[in-house]
Design a protein around this ligand. Structure first.
Ligand code: TXA
Ligand code: MG
Length: 318
């Protein structure tokens, strides 16, 4: 049985024992293990059924810990860290040689972030090692934004989910790396591009949808519900032309009625993209559990977190 508990001491014990624990963060729940334990890290890949070519993010409690992990800290990375850590920003930096290859998939860079969740920060402070933690979902499934999502994915294959409530941001971190000293955004996420650009100026975006991403692993199909999902420009037309299907709707602000619509998840009545982003995955989890023929979402405004939401919905439709 998987225990769901806020007992940090118990989580410390399990992690010290080279086992894994699901942890809350402000983005999504992660499946965490000691970065230096081959046993724990292999278990993460095994439980998630994640291919070994996809590297993990290292989670720290403070910027001082970065010395142990990264060999370079470019000035623009420092500016971003100052602005957003603890928070939903992951930086790809040159790694130190003590970082095991299994964490970085053999690359010479390592992904790091300081999450902004009080329970996980406390946990990290009580450990003598950083935690590697990918999102706590099986490969290609929707990321979990509460402890029950994690439990229903992994049932008995993990000992504990550290309870931390609903994830405030609800989308994975924004990932930024450096190529020839220039910053590159590899994954749209919980921090909008505009916010990043306010700090370091214009940034190149390589948020690709590759089949086998060479590094900044962004697989085309990702975050996918089991139910066939569509992202459309004209939702009313889509609903009319699928009269014989049972449909679940992801709507930004408004309710919708039609005989074939079985359920509507409204993400933000007031039209707030941050609130919508925080509810997206939870809405997809809910709709996916209803055994409908299809899930449909109307494309979100292409600004701020609307870009990140559209990105995830596009990946959900593949
Ligand atoms: O919000 C988040 O980032 C969550 C929470 C748990 O912190 N974690 C998360 O991890 O989303 P994961 O494993 O699902 O996504 C990590 C992404 C992958 O796309 C991976 O390919 C990329 O980070 N990544 C990790 N190390 C990298 C590296 N050295 N170079 C390029 N991309 C890297
Ligand atoms: Mg993931």
């Amino acid at each position: 049985m998987t225990i769901i508990s806020n007992d940090i001491g118990r989580a410390v014990e399990i992690l010290n024992n080279e086992d894994v624990v699901a942890i809350p963060t402000e983005t999504v729940y992660g499946l965490a293990g000691n970065i230096y334990s081959d046993k724990a890290i292999r278990k993460i890949f095994e439980v998630k059924q994640r291919p070994l070519f996809n590297p993990l993010i290292v989670h720290l409690h403070s910027i001082e810990q970065l010395d142990e992990i990264a060999s370079e800290f470019p000035i623009k990375a420092q500016l971003l860290a100052d602005a957003f850590w603890p928070g939903s920003l992951t930086l790809i930096l040159k790694k130190k040689s003590n970082i095991p290859d299994v964490i970085t998939a053999g690359k010479d860079t390592v992904a790091v972030r300081i999450p902004n969740h009080p329970i996980t920060l406390k946990l990290l402070k009580e450990l003598s090692f950083p935690l590697a933690a990918p999102s706590a979902n099986p490969f290609n499934r929707i990321s979990p934004t509460n402890s029950l999502h994690v439990e229903s994915y992994f049932k008995n294959s993990i000992k504990m989910v550290l309870e931390g409530g609903e994830c405030k941001n609800g989308l994975e971190s924004t990932i930024i790396g450096f190529e020839n000293n220039e910053p590159v955004l590899y994954r749209l996420g919980a921090i909008a591009i505009e916010e990043i650009e306010n700090v370091i100026g214009k940034i190149k975006v390589k948020n690709k949808k590759e089949k086998a991403p060479d590094a900044p692993g962004m697989l085309a199909k990702h975050y996918a519900p089991k139910t066939k999902t569509y992202l459309v420009n004209d939702i009313k037309k889509f609903i009319k032309s699928n009269g014989d299907k049972t449909i679940g709707v992801v709507s930004f602000t408004e309710n919708m009625n039609a005989s074939n619509i079985k359920h509507v998840e409204i993400l933000s009545k007031s039209g707030d993209l941050k609130e919508a982003a925080s509810k997206l995955y939870s809405a997809l989890h809910t709709l996916d559990d209803l055994n409908l023929d299809m899930i449909v979402a109307q494309r979100f405004p292409d600004v701020g977190l609307g870009k990140s939401i559209n990105d995830r919905l596009e990946r959900a439709t593949k």
